[in-house]
Write a protein that binds this ligand. Structure first.
Ligand code: DON
Length: 307
C-alpha cells in the first residue's frame, strides 16, 4: 500500500540515525540479546486506520508501557479515591527504579515509577489472590486494549526475576509501610510477568489509540475503560510517563507517553491518534534514544504538541 503517510514514516526510519552512546538494557539479561537495529514506527487513528513502517510486527516485551494500562484497570476496579490512597500523581524527578515515596503517607509518588506500578499491580486483585489470578487479569486487560490475545515471554520474565533485587527491595519497603498488604514476593513476581507481556509496535499504537479515544477500542468497539479513567491516565502519563525526563519530553514533544526498557515508546494524543516506536538502545533515562528522536520529529512535523 502506498500513501503519503507511509512515505513519511519510512523517511523517519531512514533519517533518525542510531545514537552510538545508547545501549540495550542489560540489567534484564534477555533484553541485551535483542538486535539493536530493529526499528519500527506505527500510527493509528481513533477511527481505526493504522499506518506502520519498519519492523512493525517484531515482538518484544512491553515492560513499563504496561504501567498506565494496569493503573487504568486498578482505577476501574477500585475507584479513583481508593487508588489515590495508595498511589499519588506527582512527578518524582527521579529514575524509574528509585523508591520515590511521598513524605508522610509513604505512597509511591506516581504509578509510572516501579514503586507505583508494583502497587497498582497489587490493586488489581484482592489481598488473598494468587499471583496467577492477578497475572490472568493483566493478560485479559492488556489484551482488551490491544484487541487480541497477548501472551507472556516466560524467558524474559525468568531473566528479570533472576535479578529482581531492586524491585524486591521496593516491594518489601512498600510492605513495611502497609502500602502493599500482600506478600511482596507474590506481587513483584506478578509485576515482573506483567512487564514480560509480548507486543508489537502495531499493538502499542492501537493500545495508545484506545486511550486517546477515551477508552474506546478503535477496531473491536469495546469500551475498555471509561472516558474519565482514560483522561486521568493520560494526564499522569503527561506529567510522569518519562520519569526524570518528563519536563524535557513535555516541552519538546508535548504528547502523553510511556516508555519501556524493552525499547518501546507509546504516545496517546487525546481525541486524535495513538503512536508507537520500537528501537532497543536506551538513553540514560531508560527510554529508547531513537524513539525519542522520532517522537520529536513527529510532534514537530505533524503539529502534535498539545500546547
Ligand atoms: O521493573 C523493571 O525494572 C522493568 N520490568 C521495567 C522498567 C521499565 O521499563 C522502565 N522504563 N523505561
Amino acid at each position: 500500500m502506498k500513501s503519503p503517510i507511509l512515505d513519511y514514516l519510512n523517511e523517519l526510519l531512514d533519517t533518525c540515525a542510531p545514537d552510538a552512546s545508547a545501549k540495550n538494557a542489560d540489567y534484564i539479561p534477555e533484553l541485551a540479546r535483542v538486535s539493536p537495529d530493529i526499528f519500527a514506527i506505527a500510527f493509528a487513528t481513533i477511527d481505526g486506520k493504522i499506518y506502520a513502517a519498519g519492523d512493525d510486527r517484531f515482538e518484544f516485551t512491553i515492560q513499563s508501557i504496561s504501567k498506565p494500562f494496569i493503573y487504568a484497570m486498578a482505577i476501574e476496579q477500585r475507584g479513583l479515591d481508593e487508588v489515590m490512597e495508595r498511589i499519588g500523581v506527582e512527578p518524582s524527578g527521579e529514575a524509574f527504579n528509585e523508591l520515590s515515596l511521598e513524605a508522610g503517607s509513604k505512597r509511591p509518588l506516581n504509578p509510572m515509577i516501579n514503586a507505583g506500578a508494583i502497587t497498582a499491580h497489587s490493586l488489581i486483585g484482592e489481598p488473598d489472590d494468587s499471583k496467577e489470578t492477578r497475572v490472568a487479569r493483566v493478560l485479559k486487560g492488556l489484551s482488551a486494549f490491544a484487541g487480541h490475545d497477548l501472551r507472556i515471554d516466560t524467558e524474559v520474565a525468568e531473566s528479570e526475576w533472576s535479578a529482581a533485587h531492586r524491585n524486591m527491595a521496593i516491594g518489601h519497603m512498600l510492605r513495611s509501610y502497609d502500602i502493599l498488604p500482600e506478600d511482596p514476593d507474590v506481587i513483584v513476581r506478578g509485576y515482573v510477568e506483567q512487564c514480560a507481556v509480548v507486543v508489537t509496535t502495531r499493538d502499542l499504537a492501537i493500545m495508545a489509540t484506545t486511550l486517546a479515544g477515551g477508552g474506546l477500542h478503535p477496531v473491536t468497539g469495546e469500551q475498555v475503560v471509561s472516558q474519565r479513567t482514560a483522561r486521568h491516565v493520560m494526564s499522569v502519563m503527561l506529567s510522569c510517563g518519562m520519569y526524570d525526563a518528563a519536563g524535557d519530553w513535555l516541552t519538546a514533544v508535548g504528547i502523553p507517553a510511556k516508555s519501556g526498557v524493552g525499547g518501546g515508546i507509546l504516545g496517546a494524543l487525546p481525541g486524535q491518534v495513538g503512536l508507537a516506536t520500537f528501537s532497543p538502545p536506551l538513553d540514560p533515562h531508560g527510554t529508547s534514544a531513537r524513539g525519542v528522536d522520532v517522537f520529536e520529529r513527529l510532534s514537530e512535523d505533524m503539529d502534535m504538541h498539545l500546547m
